[in-house]
Design a protein around this ligand. Structure first.
Ligand SMILES: Cc1cc2nc3c(=O)[nH]c(=O)nc-3n(C[C@H](O)[C@H](O)[C@H](O)COP(=O)(O)O)c2cc1C
Length: 416
């Protein structure tokens, strides 16, 4: 049987190992993780989700405090339309993250940034434009626009000098979403450089409804490939979601995939940004411990470990400090849900909100444990140590296992 290393991913003039590590916000796909992928000849992603928080943590800035101080007067107000992002701070935080990552890059691979368009930030177009153009200004190799795709995103950067030279990709979960995007962007005469086709087993938000289990990645990939062939479009397609072994990846390559995007297996690596104790929760999770629910205020279903401490928590909305999910008119579904519970329990010190979560605060604090469907198999990818915990992996080990394994085998690490 073939190995994934028998194939190459061609992106423009670049010839790469066909492994792309997907973006994982908030800073779960760290610079270190992305840089390992690039060093080994593949593609890694940093993420710009909650970039000001990431900047404060990593580069000792004080953006969150500054925003909180500016909008403190509004904390009791349900109307958050005043709470705007300072675009200069947003640009500066993006610059810091991109520059500090790219200055450390080694190897023949590439580093992209994952821009989640669901982060509407109380001014979707203005903020997305700043996020994308600043990343391009400071040398990111490419931008992946994540599901929740805004059809006009490419147009926001059409005047950027790197618009035609940087790699620009999109994530879709259906041939229909791809058709719409291409139609809307036809006037720009600028096709995506790659298309990630994300199926229903992926981590994070899903591009499906609660009927996700009725869809399957191979069928959607086949439809996308057929559509591109009919339209005489030569765009690399990277399947994603539930590709757990090198052999899983090879099967997609043999169908016509140009590479694969993977994430879950890297959540338990040392380079991943999750706290070590949370990585142990990912290892421990059984199949029944993973659910797809509708608590994300974005309106998209999201997959997570059922025991995530953020589920059901009723903290006060923290939009003055964060506010990444505020829509163009300053609304977030969590604020409504929280207000309803507070009105129903006027004497309670703390309410519980079951139907929505304060995703900004909980993702920031690593309290929503989003994960891929096959997280329950992670325990089979390592050793158990005498104290009952699982041995963390190196990103290079997981990367190479995808690259070289055959017959659905998974290489265990050297015992620590
Ligand atoms: C912990 C975690 C966080 C994720 N966060 C994001 C994200 O912020 N943006 C995004 O586009 N995809 C996100 N994803 C999806 C991955 O980038 C990837 O496409 C998908 O999980 C691949 O499937 P796999 O995890 O089964 O390999 C996330 C996945 C995981 C596991």
């Amino acid at each position: 049987m073939k190995r994934l290393d028998d194939f190459r991913l061609r992106l423009g003039r670049h010839e790469l190992v066909p492994i792309m590590i997907g973006g994982m916000g908030v800073d779960i796909s760290t610079s270190d993780l992305a840089l390992e992928a690039a060093r080994l000849g593949g593609v890694g992603h940093i993420s710009d989700a909650m970039i000001k928080t990431v900047s404060d943590r990593r580069y000792q800035t004080k953006y969150v405090k500054a925003k909180m101080a500016q909008y403190k007067y509004n904390a009791e107000n349900s109307d958050k339309s005043d709470v705007k992002f300072n675009l200069d701070h947003l640009a500066e935080a993006t610059r810091l993250h991109v520059e500090s990552t790219m200055s450390r890059k080694t190897g023949p691979g590439m580093v992209f940034i994952n821009c989640m368009e669901k982060l509407t930030m109380n001014a979707p177009k203005e903020t997305l434009k700043v996020r994308m153009s600043t990343a391009l200004d400071h040398g990111i190799d490419g931008i992946t626009l994540a599901a929740g795709l805004h059809l006009g995103s490419f147009a926001l950067i059409e005047d950027h000098p790197r618009f035609r030279d940087a790699q620009l990709g999109i994530i879709v979960s259906s041939v229909r979403a791809l058709q719409l995007f291409l139609k809307k962007n036809a006037r720009l005469n600028r096709l995506p450089d790659y298309i990630v086709v994300e199926g229903p087993l992926a981590g994070g938000h899903l591009g499906f409804g609660m009927d996700w289990a009725e869809h399957d990645l191979a069928t959607i990939v086949a439809e996308v490939l057929q559509y591109l062939k009919n339209e005489h479009l030569d765009i690399p397609v990277l399947p994603a979601g539930g590709i757990f072994t090198g052999s899983d990846a090879v099967r997609f390559m043999e169908m016509g995939g140009a590479g694969v995007q993977v994430a879950t297996r890297f959540t338990v690596t040392k380079e991943c940004g999750l706290p070590d104790e949370v990585k142990q929760e990912y290892f421990k999770a059984g199949e029944d411990d993973i659910e797809v629910n509708q608590i994300s205020p974005t309106g998209y279903p999201m997959r997570m470990i059922k025991s995530s401490p953020g589920i059901g928590d009723g903290i006060r909305p923290n939009c003055e400090a964060y506010g990444y999910l505020l829509d163009a008119s300053g609304k977030c579904a969590y604020i409504e849900a929280w207000n309803r519970e507070v009105a129903a329990h006027p004497d309670a010190k703390r309410v519980s909100v079951q139907d929505k979560t304060c995703l900004c605060t909980h993702m920031r604090n690593f309290e929503i444990w989003t994960c891929g469907q096959l997280t329950w198999r992670l325990k089979d990818t390592t050793h158990r140590t005498p104290d009952g915990s699982y041995q963390l992996l190196n990103a290079a080990h997981v990367f190479r296992d995808y690259q070289f394994s055959t017959d659905d085998s998974i290489a265990l690490p050297e015992p620590a």
